[in-house]
Write a new protein. Sequence first.
Length: 699
Amino acid sequence: MTEPEHWHSPANMFLQKEVYRLGSEPGLRSLPPGPERDFLTLTWGPIVYRTTYAPDSQRLIPIILRALNEEIQKALSRCLLGSPEQIRLLETTYASKVFNSQEEYHGLDEETVREAFHDWKVALALPAIELPVRLRMCLMIDDGVLSHLATTVDMSSMVEKDADYSSCPVKAIEENFPDVHRRDSKPTKEDYPGWTKVALSAIVEVYDGLRRGRSLEDYHKSGQVYLGNDGCRMDRFISRKRPRLSPSATQQTLPPDEDSTDMKLAMLLSLFPGIEQDALLDILISSGGSVEDASAVITAQRAYRPVKKRTGGVSAIQTSMTSHITTEAGLPPKRQLTRKGKTLHLFSPEDVAAHTPCTIIHNFLPPDEADALLLELLDESKHFSRYRFQLFDRTVESPHTSSLYVATPEEIRQQTSEYTYGGRYRSNVRQLTPYLRAVSAKVQRAVNDEVQKRIRACYPDGKKLKYQSPKEWVPNAAFVNCYDGPAESVGYHSDELTYLGPRAIIGSLSLGVEREFRVRRIVASDDDEGNDSEVSAMGLTADSPSRRKVTSKGIDGRADAQGQISIHLPHNSLLVMHAEMQEEWKHAIVPAQTVSPHPLSGNRRINITYRWYRDSLHPRNIPQCRCGTHAILRCVQRKSENKGRYMWMCYAGHEPGKKGCTFFQWAEFDDDGEPLWEIKPTEGGAPTLRNFTEEDDKQ
């Protein structure tokens, strides 16, 4: 039989060795199903350890990670010759993992990073196999690496040219455990310390060299950076020595408008996320407002603490090449990322913000506070219940338990006798707990900050969307859900807008077991040609990250646009669902085959969705249908001619044992999302829900 063309190309040989064979390798194929196994068996790309957390690193780390992925993408067709399809497969199977814990990795040297890499592989319980290159070599980003990058960035800014990051180095560290062909787990020699410096543009060449049996030692020359030469010539090195980053040097490069106390406090929070904000503020004030002095005080105090032993289970963030490949003028690629029948997994905050109507903040709360809130709500969850509703003349139950939380006993009375949900009153309503109240202020600040960032970065002309409220988002109600085990879930849906109004924003805090949050864009069923005529009416341009035009035609085009995106929600992560989420996307928590137990919650996940119920949408103001119940507010999502319009309609038929009516009324709102009632409600006629962050003096 004739072998296919390009079968023996370097690109295909690389794919065969580094990707295709891994799914059948013992040890890898027996890993529990989940993102970790998919990452190890379906992708290739570097494992990266970040060991520098100086203030300026917050600016430089995103730059070097993007540069790493862009230089790798550029090098594929240069170093791995093959067909266009093979190069495309190399791009789509690329993914990197970044270990990014300041507590675990701050200030580590090369040998300690090698030990951390070894420990992570031990935790995978791999047998002796022929390892892919990503499990034999990791990359390290330290102060020296970022100093070189900072020089490149600053020099390009001075001459007003795009920076060339191709020669910027990273440290490549060799660790061969448990490779069956290489027993030298720590291959150090007198003239080779087990690591070397490699330019970003040469990473693919080194990867391919190790795949073909070479050692990292072959690319090492003391004190110098290997630049590569498209083959494996060892005569192109450049020696560069840079000073370590220092807080004082960092402060000189900060823009003048970032010298406020809030910015200094934000810098300290990013450096020391485990310390309360009030404590950091006290230290900052006592240090005369100097971030450098405050950092030195905290670091000196921490020096007396015993060093925690690293384990293989440390949280990490995975990134994909798609979020780093750019096209002209730095715009994101216009190729649709989702595909029919495929799920695109997103891990990094940058990918989530770029490809979904959400932003995510990992490690949102101090660890002790997150654990205390989790334990409090696990105890509360004993009193949760399943929501019952009618679907196609059958009474069904929600596949998870939940309860609604409000601030006062009076609001509990209102929620059980005035507010309706899906056409019925809720019976399981509870009063806000101490930790829920304490955390809500932090959620409020974070959500409002992310909303403003979203408006500036993503929305047309840097302005809010039509119908989006310009007011501060204020949490005054919260649904708390409990998913007990991998089988518990919630299907694809958009959240009810009746009391939230148009362009609703929700802050969702996840605690306990990590689960997948799936999102899917809604495409009009009669939009055969990807017609985007209603985009302008919805307040979004066709190139908006939240509403890119569907370029495929017919059914396949709609299927591609509706392809699922999976956002992984670990313990202590805050997901902000932005103003375009409910009208244009649906979301779900899908059943999982297995979950990785959490030390406190076991197989359970607790999720808090903080919401802002608008005063103007109190039940006393909302139209009633002919059944005598409150109508619900919905948005037209499937018909192009009315897509984006809002309507009041009867939902009583979803209450078990009841029949609904045909009530329908178009809902009208001003540009700020406030309802335009035919009969203006009486001033002060309806009570309001109390902001969770207000002190309650009437308990």
